[in-house]
Design a protein around this ligand. Structure first.
Ligand SMILES: Nc1ncnc2c1ncn2[C@@H]1O[C@H](COP(=O)(O)OP(=O)(O)OP(=O)(O)O)[C@@H](O)[C@H]1O
Length: 299
């Protein structure tokens, strides 16, 4: 059995972790998005937003090297996609666990180190090797980091949705990635759990120096922690700070149809007029600066 636990290494501040240069994605003859530009530095948090089917998950797959670009370029930690190994962590769209599943949360986290053993009992040698002890220590450490120690020994099927999601985040973190890709990790959580998991990811990003790209349907729970958003729509894309991108002007240009960003009496903003309202958020900023770029493409 091989267990690789890289030494703690973090990308120096100022060096790009993820770069997208005029990236265009086509699937089945259709342009999903185009003109996507992004510079993600160490300890920065970016959300990928947009309506259902616009290609948010596909953008993560392109970053992982699973889906080639039609044009443009992606660089991760200075290398093409697919070459960064455990330096990139990935949490796919939510899996649901059967309520009767007996595997413990701790073992779910351990699968991040040793994923090919899913469902197979671990053979336990009489004396643990140094590697095994290091693995156990790292699993305990990351479980503590996500605040899951109290229930990590429970069968995963008996953990709540929020508890399961914390354990899955721990699994994605266990190999100390420098870039973490999360596909809708807040989906199917109730509002308090959305807020708690969003705060957890924001804290890990800042305190652990981890760069995060998160696909999200609703920007509200994560807005306070975001440095940037990539907003995908109608074959194009807009990238910038949330206050630059989530405006009536930018979204109207992006969709090519009138879109309004409204403020509710409790200070939240609601995006209306899109084919499907993808984002509601609290505006904490002055939405005045222009975004880095917007693009439209024949889809
Ligand atoms: N390899 C592929 N071949 C053909 N079509 C594909 C391929 N990959 C993705 N698609 C299509 O591209 C579109 C975008 O899919 P994707 O899952 O990226 O969207 P999404 O924005 O993440 O959607 P959701 O919010 O519903 O999860 C979908 O219509 C999907 O069926």
């Amino acid at each position: 059995m091989t267990l690789t636990i890289p030494a703690q290494s973090r990308t120096p501040v100022g060096e790009p972790v993820l770069e997208l240069r005029d990236a265009t994605m086509r699937v089945a003859g259709r342009t999903l998005w185009s003109g996507v530009r992004l510079d993600l530095g160490a300890a920065e948090f970016t959300a990928v937003l947009g309506p259902n089917g616009v290609g948010k998950s596909t953008l993560l797959k392109a970053v992982l090297g699973l889906q080639p670009l039609a044009s443009g370029e992606i660089r991760i930690l200075g290398a093409p996609p697919g070459q960064s190994g455990p330096r990139v962590g990935y949490l796919p769209q939510r899996r649901s666990f059967d309520a009767n599943l007996r595997i413990r949360g701790t073992d779910i986290v351990g699968l991040g180190l040793d994923g090919d053993r899913w469902g197979v009992p671990f053979p336990r040698p009489a004396r643990f090797s140094a590697k095994r002890r290091a693995a156990r220590a790292r699993i305990a450490e990351v479980i503590e980091l996500v605040g899951a120690t109290a229930y990590a020994d429970r069968p995963i099927g008996q953990c709540s949705g929020g508890e399961q999601q914390r354990l899955l985040i721990a699994q994605a973190l266990v190999r100390r990635p420098e870039l973490l890709l999360l596909d809708e990790p807040l989906d199917s959580l109730d509002l308090p759990n959305q807020a708690a998991v969003a705060a957890l990811i924001g804290r890990i990003c800042r305190e652990e120096g981890l760069s995060v790209v998160m696909v999200a349907h609703d920007v509200n729970p994560i807005l306070a922690y975001l440095d940037r958003v990539v907003y995908l729509a109608e074959g194009g894309a807009a990238t910038g700070t949330p206050q630059q991108v989530i405006t009536s002007e930018t979204l109207t240009r992006l969709y090519g149809t009138p879109v309004e960003v409204l403020r509710t009496s409790d200070g939240r903003l609601v995006v209306v007029g899109t084919p499907e309202p993808p984002a509601r958020h609290t505006d904490r900023h002055d939405a005045s600066a222009a975004p880095e770029g917007t693009g439209h493409a024949a889809g």
